[in-house]
Design a protein around this ligand. Structure first.
Ligand SMILES: NC(=O)c1ccc[n+]([C@@H]2O[C@H](COP(=O)([O-])OP(=O)(O)OC[C@H]3O[C@@H](n4cnc5c(N)ncnc54)[C@H](O)[C@@H]3O)[C@@H](O)[C@H]2O)c1
Length: 356
């Protein structure tokens, strides 16, 4: 492989344009191709993309000179120039294109969630276990600077045992934002339960391990056609620590986005809130760490930088997550869905296939 990783991006919406800009600024990557069914986006007209990172302006035409464009994603996957296929498609398409790219011998980066359900995720796991090329999923919150700092602090044991943890992720309604409003179609996106709340379920799995049981309550079909638009979940563990999360996109369109958490431990409390990131010790000391590394302001930057380095060093990208753990996180989400439907606590069977 040459010095730079040759990248092909599939899907030029909010996340595809975000990844595009990150690769563009990265010395270890070269964008060789993009694929989308929207011809205007392939020509560099990104004015229809709603969200954005930093101060990039989607109304300014993007220079696509030297970049091969495809309207068929499978053609990009089979382009021999490409080392890394980055998939930023609507969720229901992830499994099909991850599997095709892995089988074509490409390294793969795919946006979260790994797949629409556990059945598809298990298929991906099986294929990825049988190839040498790498698969990484953009579960970006695991790598988000404050969350990663909190993870390392918990693992260090400095704060003692964990007593309680609450996580919150509430977004304004995103109805009308994505390609053909796919987020609001439960079959395609899994609604807020899978699309948004998964981040916190996955972080809970990452920080504390697999819960035994979940009890969830949900608001159904308010924004999306028939999915869970807001959820409250209690996660049960053997040691009795109290773990709870709230997530959803039910709020009115201009409500500010909020992601926050509080983890109470024997020797101190970790808190991320609107007032910043703090460690408050039992003895009264307050630390305000700034865990952002230069050039890596978000989890999206960290994950792409990490994967490019793994490809360059020919090292499997499993520092932050394994595909098995992501299948488990999806299993927890499906148990939450079952709990909402059946109005009862669900004991989670991690060996079982999809509940749906
Ligand atoms: N990590 C995060 O923080 C985060 C944030 C938002 C979205 N996401 C995830 O990223 C993925 C993409 O979301 P988005 O917000 O970018 O969606 P989007 O609707 O903005 O973009 C999807 C793009 O895919 C294109 N597309 C649709 N079908 C296609 C096909 N068959 N072939 C080629 N192109 C096709 C559309 O034209 C569009 O440009 C989703 O899985 C979503 O859950 C992750």
């Amino acid at each position: 492989m040459s010095d730079t990783v040759k990248v092909g991006i599939i899907g030029l919406g909010f996340m595809g344009s975000t990844h595009f800009r990150i690769y563009k600024d990265h010395s270890m990557a070269e964008i060789k191709a993009v694929a989308d069914i929207d011809d205007a986006k392939l020509q560099g007209d990104w004015s229809k993309i709603i969200a954005n990172i930093g101060d990039a302006d989607n109304n300014v035409p993007v220079d696509m000179a030297g970049i091969q464009t495809y309207s068929d994603a499978l053609e990009l996957i089979n382009d021999p120039e490409i080392d890394l296929v980055d998939i930023c498609l609507p969720t229901y398409l992830h499994a099909k294109y991850i599997i095709a790219a892995l089988k074509a011998g490409k390294h793969v980066m795919c946006e979260k969630p790994i797949a629409r359900n556990t059945e598809e995720a298990r298929e991906i796991l099986e294929v990825s276990n049988n190839v040498d090329n790498f698969l990484m999923i953009g579960m970006c919150i695991r790598l988000w600077p404050e969350y990663q700092h909190a993870y390392q602090l918990l693992k260090s044991g400095k704060l003692g045992s964990i007593k309680s943890a609450t996580f919150k992720r509430v977004s304004p309604s995103i109805a009308g934002n994505g390609w053909e409003d796919w987020f609001m179609k439960e079959k395609l996106s899994g609604s807020a339960l899978l699309d948004l709340h998964l981040h916190d379920t996955d972080v809970i799995n990452y920080f504390f391990g697999k819960p035994n049981k979940v009890t969830s309550f949900g608001l159904k079909g308010f924004r999306s056609d028939s999915g869970i638009d807001h959820v409250f979940t209690n996660y049960e563990y053997d040691d009795g620590k109290l773990v709870f999360s709230e997530g959803g996109w039910a709020a009115a369109g201009s409500t500010p986005f909020e992601m926050s958490f509080q983890i109470v431990c024997e020797n101190g409390t970790i808190r991320l809130s609107e007032t910043g990131y703090k460690i408050i010790y039992e003895n009264g000391t307050i630390e305000t760490p700034t865990p952002v590394k230069p050039g890596l302001p978000t989890g999206w930057h960290v994950e792409i930088h990490y994967l490019l380095k793994c490809i360059a060093d020919n090292k499997k990208p499993d520092n932050y997550m394994t595909i098995e753990e992501l299948v488990d996180s999806l299993t927890i989400i499906e148990a939450e869905e079952k709990s909402i439907k059946e109005h009862k606590t669900i004991e989670i069977n991690y060996g079982a296939l999809s509940f749906l």
